[in-house]
Design a protein around this ligand. Structure first.
Ligand SMILES: [Zn+2]
Length: 293
């Protein structure tokens, strides 16, 4: 070792730079197979206008080797397509969030279908029901939720479900539409442990993000303890919902390490196990190979 160090000291700058790069790539290769999959991010959001490219390119330094950019508005479809087209580790979900279904019509559904047939489209989302902000258009929300579920069924794609203050209607639709057969995730899960267990029984995944680190998230913590890790996927919902200790700041996939730590502590397992298992869950859900090429 002494000899190696001495000969390193006598290398010129260029050679040192070369060996340093080699050293880092060896560290990266041998660090283990743990990898983080952010199953739900909004990097098209204007919160990333200043540093989007640098942010996305440095995610592998935080072991985040893949993410799915999730559309929610009509305008975000094209932005999501551009992100998936530009970055190797980026995939796309295309769908219209319940807050924004007011503009939908048959013609727009046909365009949405075209987006969903693009090479890196892995899911329909985010779609669902939100009675928190919108109480007056429940029928309309339910109608477009079902229409987008039908599209997912037709295209054999899983769904990313947003559901807020709509536990009962979401469960009813899940049963009626045979959601287990479509597959997907209840994103940013915020309902009871009993309902989580029922979704898990259907074969769906439970999306867990920054909220699990919050002190007052007792119910979510119980749910994470109750269900098997085999049914949990990691997500940020960035730029929203940054975990502790960064709560209240702009979120990014870099922060998923705090979510991994919280899940590991709740379940009494290692962070490596959380990363490995949730990586495989996300790959299975989105029908991607485990290995990155
Ligand atoms: Zn979202």
């Amino acid at each position: 070792m002494g000899d190696m160090l001495r000969s390193f000291l006598f290398l010129d700058g260029e050679q040192k730079a070369f060996y340093s790069i080699e050293f880092h790539s060896i560290v990266r290769r041998t660090r283990g197979r743990e990898m983080i999959f952010d199953t739900h991010a909004h990097y098209e959001d204007e919160a990333f206008d200043e540093d989007r490219d640098a942010m996305i390119r440095t995610l592998p330094d935080y072991r985040v080797q893949r993410f799915v950019n999730v559309a929610s508005t009509w305008e975000s479809l094209e932005k999501t397509k551009n992100i998936a087209g530009k970055y190797k580790n980026a995939y796309a979900a295309y769908g219209i969030h319940p807050d924004n279904v007011g503009d939908l019509d048959d013609q727009k559904m046909a365009v949405l279908k075209d987006y969903l047939q693009l090479p890196k489209a892995v899911a329909v989302g985010e779609i669902g029901l939100d009675y928190h902000w919108n109480k007056d258009n429940r029928e309309q929300q339910i109608y477009w939720f079902r229409r987008q579920l039908a599209l997912a069924r037709q295209l054999r794609l899983p769904v990313i479900i947003h559901s807020r203050d709509a536990a009962q209607d979401t469960m009813t639709i899940a049963r009626e539409e045979d959601l287990g057969n479509i597959g997907g995730v209840i994103h940013c899960y915020a309902y009871s442990t009993e309902q989580a267990e029922e979704y898990v029984k259907m074969g769906l995944y439970i999306g867990v993000g920054g909220v699990v680190t919050f002190k007052n998230a007792r119910r979510l913590k119980e749910t994470v303890q109750a269900i098997s890790l085999d049914h949990i996927v990691l997500e940020t919902d960035c730029p929203y919902l940054a975990p502790e200790p960064n709560r209240g700041t702009r979120n990014s996939s870099r922060n998923l390490r705090y979510v991994v730590r919280a899940i590991a502590d709740l379940k009494g397992i290692t962070t490596d196990e959380v990363e490995q298992t949730t990586w495989r869950n996300a790959c299975r859900m989105y029908k991607l190979p485990y290995e990155i090429s």
